[in-house]
Design a protein around this ligand. Sequence first.
Ligand SMILES: N[C@H](CCC[C@H](N)C(=O)O)C(=O)O
Length: 287
Amino acid sequence: MNGLGNDFLVLDARREPLRLSPEAIMKLADRATGIGFDQMVTMEPSEAGATAFMRIDNADGTEVSACGNATRCIGWLLMQEEGSKAVTIQTRAGLLRAFDGDAPEWITVDMGTPRFGWAEIPLAEPFADTRAIELQIGPIDAPILHSPSVVNVGNPHAIFWVDDVQAYDLEKIGPMLEHHPMFPERANISLVQVTGEGSLIQRVWERGAGITRACGTGACAAAVSAARTKRTGRTVRVTLPGGDLVIEWRASDDHILMTGPVATDFVGELDLDTLAFRVVDTPQAAE
Ligand SMILES: N[C@H](CCC[C@H](N)C(=O)O)C(=O)O
């Protein structure tokens, strides 16, 4: 499945346990020799009374706690299965509610509340006593990027404010910042350009996945940071390479509502011994 081109291998392990090794995940994620995806998402039974538990692994085999676009996809799958208009998904970052949006396959997920505390991002100790983030790369007197906004929306994000998101070699600077010692759990890195009181353009270098066509948690992090720094209002249309997401950082309870499309590229069967994948159905093509 995919959300604005941010693509996922969705495994259904609700009937029997299934856990692939990081090596197997990396092999399947490889776009040259495997199925190719940004994240692998495994649906498992929930012990917290949710409709399902959603386990998220990045393409590099690391397990993480949040994935916005995938949460919309799983929400849509579960609502289709149950014939319901809302479901609860358990993640390592907490319980998330997914709702049927006002247009077919436009799904809204309540991503919970953002966290700004240094230890919640998390940031490494030596940086926790500085007032602003003096993270920069490039010459000290002419930094390429500096002074990011940092926020945790179930996963760590650093937002760099720029005049033109296309003016940077994100392939090169993304990994440098993802692995910066300031981020003990690494970070998702965004370039964000404010284009109006309610609109942003964003490019993302994702932790453990690289440049993706869209990043749901990234859009949430960008919209919240833009509102918090008075660059925009609390409802923002975020334009990513793969398309738009609408983010509302609700004033009444600080919850972040993310709305956007979902799509199923194909349905298949995975041989767990050989990791061979066989396409069984291509619903989108069928339309
Ligand atoms: N790379 C992210 C996880 C996936 C985020 C992105 N696919 C989204 O839609 O939120 C991380 O390591 O936290």
